[in-house]
Design a protein around this ligand. Sequence first.
Ligand SMILES: CC(=O)SCCNC(=O)CCNC(=O)[C@H](O)C(C)(C)COP(=O)(O)OP(=O)(O)OC[C@H]1O[C@@H](n2cnc3c(N)ncnc32)[C@H](O)[C@@H]1OP(=O)(O)O
Length: 419
Amino acid sequence: MTSDDHARATTDLRDIPEADLDQALDLVHLAFHLKPADKTRAYHRRTLRACTRIGAYDDGRLSGVAGAHRVTLSVPGGQLPCAALDFVSVAPTHRRRGILTAMLDELWRRCAAEQRPVSCLWASESAIYGRFGYGAATESYRIEIDSSRPLALRIAPDSRPLRLIDPADAPTVLAPRYDATLPQRAGRFLRDAAWWREHVLDLDGSRGGDDRDGFGAARVVALGDPGGIPAGYAVYRTRGPGENRPGAVLVDELEAESAPVAAALWSYLASIDLTSTVRIEARPADDPLLHLVADRDQVRVTGQEPSLWLRLVDVRAALTARSWAAPVDLVLDLRDPALPANAGRFRLTAGPDGATWHPTTETPDLALDVRELASCYLGGTPLRHFVHAGLVTEHTPGAAHHLDAALATEWLPFTGENY
Ligand SMILES: CC(=O)SCCNC(=O)CCNC(=O)[C@H](O)C(C)(C)COP(=O)(O)OP(=O)(O)OC[C@H]1O[C@@H](n2cnc3c(N)ncnc32)[C@H](O)[C@@H]1OP(=O)(O)O
């Protein structure tokens, strides 16, 4: 028996009971090289406790942990129950023996039982999850504004007054504006008050938000009539000038109902005294900011990377749940080695009235992997980019173009925050 065979024989997959939560966290912190402060550990414990928790046990000790938040994800034209994978950790003594593979198989079984057609994650390394059928489905830009001078704009900003909001009140005040973005932007999570407090505002600083690289606690600014739904808002943190570093503003989130409102908020952020740069870690690639500034040199895209990875666990349920921008009628030959129930030849007939996905023996127009379908599902990457990259085969010329027109969305999908 090899050591790998031994590992497989002694690995036992089951729910992690509450009694093992601390052992599970120890393994997570070991795998991620973390030494969290007490309040951050308590936060991790709270969030892992609320997850579906799958443990790989070897002789009664945890050698693998996977958690999945039960979330709802915005998709074009709707929302879907989704298993948001997190805390994935395998002991360094047990790596590369199939423990992650086994935990994912188990997770997808749970997805089927709980009628969650999709699963998502933020990857610690981009090389890990493609083989499991996860495709990068949203992208984000890192942006920096040179605010050593006033932000020059090509449009007139909304002139209504801005007001600072007590972060404790922010979940109630801001939620309607955020919720209004969900039908426009796929790839976003539905939030309850706890999500706002912990993931967005980090009110008690347990995620390190009040000490991130010297930045302070979250500040919230809103525009619009007090008492109504704000026309826009920004959640941001500031850092005064220090030795060898300029004062800076770090923007966590900015939502606006129109370009003039966005212009007013960006101008405000770029005008805060004792700061000369505005950093934004994640913005959509189609952010109007990039166009409404008069001097594009003042606003630089400093990074671009995949954010949310998506897995279509039940392809039929996922495809028939989203809306379609144009009619399409194609036969797809779909590969899905990890979940063979999805694989085969299917006719996709979709349009403004919905979609059907039926098995067929007809000649395929396109042959693709479920990973690429996931990358296109939210309307992010066009399928023809994968044709150009040699990853999708177009048997019928123009088929990818037709599917892209049907999958297209007005706004690109975007996932601003991790969970
Ligand atoms: C959603 C999240 O939580 S992301 C966080 C992921 N976790 C981490 O990064 C923490 C540190 N790393 C780990 O704990 C582990 O190495 C894991 C979880 C990444 C992988 O767990 P393992 O049990 O070793 O994976 P498993 O043995 O099932 O690997 C399956 C396949 O994926 C490949 N693989 C696994 N990890 C990686 C990686 N980091 N990079 C590239 N390939 C990888 C394996 O080589 C294997 O390929 P093969 O089938 O061709 O042989």
